[in-house]
Design a protein around this ligand. Structure first.
Ligand code: PGA
Length: 265
């Protein structure tokens, strides 16, 4: 595979806490990460995505550590009579600068369509948030050899109304659904293939320079023991971490692996 220059792509690691933690554990985890952040250094961009109710206390605990705050979802609408929804403006107002869009758990378990994902992406980027856009195929789709077609469709649909200037505030997470929370991690070769397909989709939608500059990270059962091999692939620019992001030492080990993996190329 052709090596993609990674100079412009700072490694990125996100911690997606999902519907886990409580007031005390969210505070403890964020404080531990803040204390240790300097050991990883600013070569890696680190973002945590706690549940909505703890965003504010996590922001306070992160302080000036350099770790950024993100939310796990947002509304596609700006405001109004939408019980239970949370707007982009509200997220910005409490200090969140990132948001996840299109996570497979929302697509699969909560019925989010490609169209809704596209609307949320527009809302987030137009509001000034940074976004991790998640894509990935099911096991059935992979077994049928359709993984590239699926991620290309998801990318095409999500980016339909996104101008090229917005791409610098976006990271794409390739998260094969069969690897999420299962302990079955994609091989570096699987990940590299899917990342290349995503980069090609970006090149045909925009141009090859923009495709080369966009960060694409891997997610799905990332752990300290498997992260380094995945991050050593030239097209893998870091990770989106679920389960292992709930333990400070594991999450920090993955952040360090991103630094080393990218440096080793
Ligand atoms: P996992 O989740 O690391 O627990 O597999 C990853 C994700 O869903 O972002």
């Amino acid at each position: 595979m052709t090596r993609v220059p990674s100079r412009t792509r700072r490694p990125f690691v996100g911690g997606n806490w999902k519907m886990n933690s409580d007031r005390a554990s969210a505070h403890d985890l964020a404080s531990s990460l803040a204390r240790a952040a300097s050991s990883v250094g600013d070569g890696v961009e680190i973002v945590v995505f706690p549940p909505y109710p703890y965003l504010d206390l996590v922001r306070a605990a992160l302080g000036e550590s350099g770790i950024a705050l993100g939310a796990q979802d947002l509304s596609s609408e700006p405001n109004g009579a939408l019980t239970g929804e949370v707007s982009a403006e509200m997220l910005l107002d409490i200090g969140a600068t990132w948001v996840l869009v299109g996570h497979s758990e929302r697509r699969q378990k909560l019925g989010e369509s490609d169209g809704l994902v596209a609307d949320k992406l527009v809302m987030a980027l137009e509001s000034g948030l940074h976004v991790v856009l998640c894509v990935g195929e099911t096991l059935e789709e992979r077994n049928a050899g359709r993984e590239s077609a699926i991620v290309e469709r998801q990318i095409g649909a999500a980016l339909a109304n996104i101008p090229p200037t917005h791409l610098e505030r976006m990271v794409i997470a390739y998260e094969p659904i069969w690897a999420i929370g299962t302990g079955v991690v994609a091989t570096p070769k699987d990940a590299a293939g899917a990342h290349a397909a995503i980069r090609e989709a970006l090149a045909s939608r925009y141009d090859s320079a923009l495709a080369r500059e966009t960060r694409i990270v891997y997610g799905g059962s990332l752990a300290p023991g498997n992260a380094k091999a995945l991050f050593a692939e030239s097209g893998v620019d870091g990770g989106l971490v679920g389960g292992a992001s709930l333990k400070a030492s594991d999450f920090l080990a993955i952040c360090s692996a991103a630094m080393i993996g990218v440096g080793a190329r």
